[in-house]
Design a binder for this molecule. Structure first.
Ligand SMILES: [Zn+2]
Length: 260
């Protein structure tokens, strides 16, 4: 992400809502800003934002004024962009958080508490009106805490990957895409049994995958065997889980109807 300001951002000036959101997102990405958990991400220029700007400035050895100016000559803005570039390079992981009330959109509620890679979008707070935010995972061991709730009894998510391994797994995933034109879906024996048991046709599987990809309803989770899995939550009510690494890489490992 590249940060640009419409106008100056300061505790004593009227801020642009777009600027507020963008700086909050940037500081959240860098681990400097966490919203009030009862309010969540917003376009309001609140005290926490300016405190976070000051903390960032201090960490950068700059004067902690809490102010940022529009334009290339603003040192805080320049440093923030430099840090964002470095963060993009390093990628890494975060935990999705939300306010937890009934106004949180369903797919974001489903993501709450789950671990995601920064390589994938949307990020929390990025979509219009979204109040969600990210909690950076600095140490990969943090992934064990809090536990990730299984969404389906067959899958128990106990991620305990070492950092290097995760990076490799993510890299492997990035180069992997489901071939929509392919007529032969690859299902493990277990998945084929489930498809029969749950009466889900191959066409329904294809539709679920393509609609989930189209609408961005693909959720990445860690499987119990230290592998990454992608959950394609289809518009047709079918969820398809594809393992993206390990011995079943590229194969559908299970599928189910998610209700409706
Ligand atoms: Zn949200």
């Amino acid at each position: 992400m590249k940060l640009n300001l419409e106008k100056s951002l300061a505790p004593d000036a009227a801020a642009s809502e777009g600027d507020v959101r963008a700086v909050k997102l940037a500081l959240n990405r860098l681990g400097f800003y966490t919203p009030d958990p009862h309010v969540g991400m917003s376009d309001m220029a609140d005290g926490r934002l300016f405190d976070s700007i000051r903390t960032f400035q201090k960490a950068q050895g700059l004067v902690p004024s809490g102010r940022m100016r529009a334009g290339r000559d603003d040192l805080t803005l320049a440093r923030m962009n430099k840090e964002l570039d470095a963060a993009e390079e390093a990628s890494g992981f975060y935990r999705w958080e939300s306010v937890g009330d009934d106004k949180v959109r369903a797919d974001h509620a489903a993501r709450t508490g789950q671990i995601f890679s920064w390589e994938d979008h949307p990020w929390p707070g990025e979509e219009y009106g979204c109040r969600c935010w990210a909690v950076l995972i600095e140490d990969i061991d943090e992934i064990n805490d809090p536990p990730i709730e299984p969404v389906y009894p067959e899958l128990i998510f106990i991620p305990f990957l070492r950092f290097k391994k995760i990076i490799n797994v993510v890299k492997t995933f990035s180069s992997y895409t489901v071939d929509k034109s392919s007529s032969d879906l690859r299902l493990t024996g277990h998945a084929r049994e489930r498809a029969i048991e749950r009466d889900i046709s191959d066409q329904e599987i294809r539709n679920a995958i393509s609609s989930a990809k189209k609408e961005g309803n693909v959720i990445r989770k860690f499987g119990k065997y230290k592998t990454l899995q992608d959950h394609y939550i289809g518009k047709n009510g079918v969820t398809v889980i594809i393992e993206s690494s390990g011995k079943n890489a590229g194969q559908i490992i299970t599928l189910y109807r998610h209700g409706g």
